[in-house]
Write a protein that binds this ligand. Structure first.
Ligand code: ASP
Ligand code: MG
Length: 445
């Protein structure tokens, strides 16, 4: 039987923040439904609700059990999906709310940051066959022991992509309060441009470097199952930004965007013994405490000791310091220092694979602004630097300008333009390269 096109529509907290806004959302759902599409809706909790619940939990206990926290947090989405279903039904669109455990959203037991293990498609298919719109609660699942779980902040995106992947949806539309993915945060760079398309990989790097449009895991899932994602605004309409597999033309552009992450903190371990196994001793207890380490720098050893510096999420800093203090005597660490007034600034673009000189342009732009770089890390399509938090906005604007990302007066450069210093050959950081660089360069010019 030929299937109708299936669209998963996910609405974030601001989009369902009031009854009025839910009515607006319901009109978007009705539009797709009435044009003959099958629709599954995923909703977040009403704006501010998850934060309110977390605050309540901390009034109840200084250290709430993660299991109880999850039980509490899932109520936010329960409210929004029920209300949204009522509004849809009222408008004549047959709709039914469905919670995580009802849809068989099976997760592991890692409360507050659970991972999806499996999803029952049968329940969805039955409703789709009956032309009923399921309004699914985002962010929540059920562990093997029957307890409710949540997928981490922003987890409704991941719910939506998981459903879209399982049902082989034609599109997964992520409706939010911005009308797409931008070359930089428009609040910081007023001339930032909306990107028409971006690759999963670039989106992943942008999401992990502070552009908080999509939850990272939703992009990973989308990439793994090749789900076409659209980031759109529920307020302004418009095509949004399409997140898809990398396309050849994407490499013509050096840098797709600039991102800034102010949610990290830096820990330095001074005079760590320079012996085999030390790095494992440092990072194993952090991993066991579920703390995600981002950048790591180990200095060249002098006098048989070395300094190790790394970054962790700012919210995990206290715990990470406690873990390191416990481990310090075994490691012979002489001093532990930390700094949470840092920002990580990154430039991202698949074009870096085939163009040299991106690092040079970035470092020169920061140097021209008198901004000091404390740590540097690179991946194939990203260069990040840790700087002082107070310099973050200035750095973003300088990089946005240096890479020619500003809104172009003509439409001739769809994803940004090359900087004047493009393909400088004397890059100080050798970027790993793949394939025939020479031919790619030629094509890119
Ligand atoms: N309500 C949850 C949060 O605020 C999940 C989500 O919005 O995606 O993090
Ligand atoms: Mg969100």
């Amino acid at each position: 039987m030929k299937r109708r096109p299936l669209i998963v529509q996910k609405f974030g907290g601001t989009s369902v923040g009031t009854i009025e806004r839910m009515q607006n959302v319901a009109r978007l759902v009705a539009g797709e439904y009435r044009s003959g599409h099958d629709v599954v809706v995923v909703a977040s909790a009403m704006a501010g609700e998850t934060n309110r619940l977390i605050e309540l939990a901390h009034l109840a206990s200084p250290d709430p059990e993660p299991r109880e926290l999850d039980c509490l947090l899932t109520t936010g989405e329960q409210v929004s999906v029920a209300l949204l279903s009522m509004i849809l039904n009222q408008m004549g669109i047959p709709a039914r709310s469905i919670l995580g455990f009802q849809m068989g959203m099976h997760t592991d037991t890692a409360h507050t940051k659970a991972r999806i293990v499996a999803l029952d498609r049968a329940r969805f298919e039955a409703s789709i066959d009956e032309r009923i719109v399921l309004v699914a609660a985002g962010f929540q699942g059920i562990a093997p022991d029957g307890h409710l779980t949540t997928l981490g902040r922003g987890g409704s995106d991941t719910t939506a992509v998981a459903i879209a992947a399982e049902l082989d949806a034609d599109f997964c539309d992520i409706y939010t309060d911005v009308d797409g993915v931008y070359t930089a945060d428009p609040n910081v760079c007023p001339d930032a441009r909306r990107l028409e398309r971006i690759s999963y990989e670039e989106m992943l790097e942008l999401a992990s470097t502070g552009a908080k449009v999509l939850q990272i895991r939703s992009v990973e899932l989308g990439m793994k199952y090749n789900v076409p994602l659209r980031v759109r605004s529920s307020f302004s309409g418009g095509p949004g930004t399409l997140v898809v597999k990398e396309e050849a033309a994407m490499e013509d552009v050096l840098v797709a965007g600039v991102a800034c992450d102010k949610n990290e903190a830096k820990i330095s371990l001074r005079a760590v013994a320079d012996r085999p196994g030390m790095a494992a001793l440092i990072f194993t207890p952090l991993a066991e405490a579920n703390i995600v380490v981002d950048m790591i720098i180990q200095n060249v050893a002098l006098d048989g000791t070395t300094d190790v510096t790394f970054t962790v999420p700012r919210t995990d800093l206290k715990q990470a310091l406690a873990v390191m203090n416990r481990a310090s005597s075994a490691l012979g660490i002489q001093r532990i220092e930390s700094d949470d007034r840092i920002a990580k600034i990154s430039v991202v673009g698949v074009g870096m694979r085939s163009h040299a000189g991106v690092a040079t342009t970035m470092f020169r732009a920061l140097s021209d602004e008198g901004i000091n770089i404390q740590m540097i890390s690179t991946s194939e399509i990203k260069i990040s630097g840790v700087i002082e938090a107070k310099d973050a906005d200035r750095a973003q604007r300088a990089l946005h300008a240096a890479f020619g990302l500003a809104r172009a007066p003509s439409a001739s450069t769809p994803r940004g333009t090359k900087p004047k210093t493009a393909v400088a050959k004397k890059g100080t950081v050798a970027k790993p390269k793949r394939g025939s660089t020479a031919t790619k360069r030629k094509r890119a010019r």
